[in-house]
Design a protein around this ligand. Structure first.
Ligand code: COA
Length: 188
C-alpha cells in the first residue's frame, strides 16, 4: 500500500462518507460522533449522526486525519482539544483523576475492515501528531487498550486502538480507567 494522509474537510467529506458507508456506518451508524459533545446511543440515529458529523466538518469543529491508499480512503485518526472531544470512553472514572487536562486528545481511530494490519492506523497517528505539532503541540492523551496478558484481540474490538500503537510513538501509561484501558500521554 502507498499511504498518504489528508485532513477531513468539506473537500474530503465524500471520501470519508464512502469509507463509513462501506463499514455499515461504523458500529451500526455512529459516524465517528462518539467522542464529540453530542455523543451517540439512545436518541441518536445513524442519519442524525451523519448530519451532526457533516455539520462539524462544515463548521470546522473537527480535527481528523484521513489515510488514503491511492485515492481510496482507508482509515482515520480523530484528535482535538478536550472541549471538542469530551465524551471519551470510561469518562466517569477518567474524571476522578486529578491530572491537569491535556492540550489534545486522540479520539476515534478506525481502519477499513479489509485493510487492517497494514500500517494504516500507524500512518494515521503519525500524521495526527504532526498536525498537533504544527498547531503548537502540548500534552497529548490517548486512551488505548492493553493487549498484553490477555487473549489475542481482533482489531474490531480495539475501539480506541491497541496500546502498542501509542507506545511506538512515545506515549507512556498514566493510569488505568477500565480493566484493559489506559490513559497514555506524551508531549509534542
Ligand atoms: C485497532 C485498529 C485501528 C488498528 O488498525 P490497523 O490499521 O490494523 O493497525 P496497524 O496495521 O497500523 O497496526 C499498528 C500497530 O498496532 C498494533 N496492533 C494492530 N492491531 C492489533 C491487534 N489486533 N492486536 C494487538 N495489536 C495490534 C500492532 O502493534 C501494530 O504494529 P505492528 O504492525 O508493527 O505490529 C483497527 O483494527 C480498527 O479499526 N479496529 C476497529 C476500531 C473501532 O471500532 N473504531 C471505532 C471506535 S468507536
Amino acid at each position: 500500500m502507498t499511504l498518504v494522509t489528508r485532513m477531513l474537510t468539506p473537500e474530503t467529506w465524500a471520501d470519508f462518507a464512502t469509507l463509513v458507508q462501506a463499514n455499515n456506518g461504523v458500529w451500526g451508524g455512529c459516524w465517528c460522533m462518539g467522542f464529540h459533545p453530542e455523543g451517540v446511543g439512545e436518541g441518536h440515529t445513524p442519519e442524525g449522526n451523519r448530519e451532526a458529523k457533516r455539520r462539524h466538518v462544515l463548521g470546522g469543529t473537527v480535527h481528523q486525519v484521513l489515510v488514503y491508499d491511492g485515492d481510496r480512503c482507508v482509515g482515520w485518526c480523530q484528535f482535538g482539544p478536550p472541549a471538542e472531544l469530551p465524551t471519551i470512553k470510561n469518562r466517569r472514572t477518567y474524571e476522578q483523576g486529578t491530572d491537569a487536562p491535556p492540550d489534545w486528545r486522540i479520539g476515534c481511530i478506525f481502519t477499513n475492515a479489509k485493510d487492517r494490519g497494514k500500517g494504516v492506523a500507524a500512518a494515521a497517528v503519525a500524521a495526527a501528531l504532526d498536525a498537533i505539532r504544527q498547531a503548537g503541540g502540548g500534552v497529548v492523551e490517548a486512551y488505548p487498550e492493553q493487549t498484553e496478558q490477555r487473549p489475542p484481540q481482533r482489531g474490531a474490538y480495539l475501539h480506541t486502538g491497541p496500546e502498542e500503537l501509542y507506545t511506538r510513538y512515545g506515549f507512556t501509561r498514566v493510569r488505568k480507567i477500565a480493566k484493559w484501558r489506559w490513559v497514555m500521554r506524551r508531549t509534542v
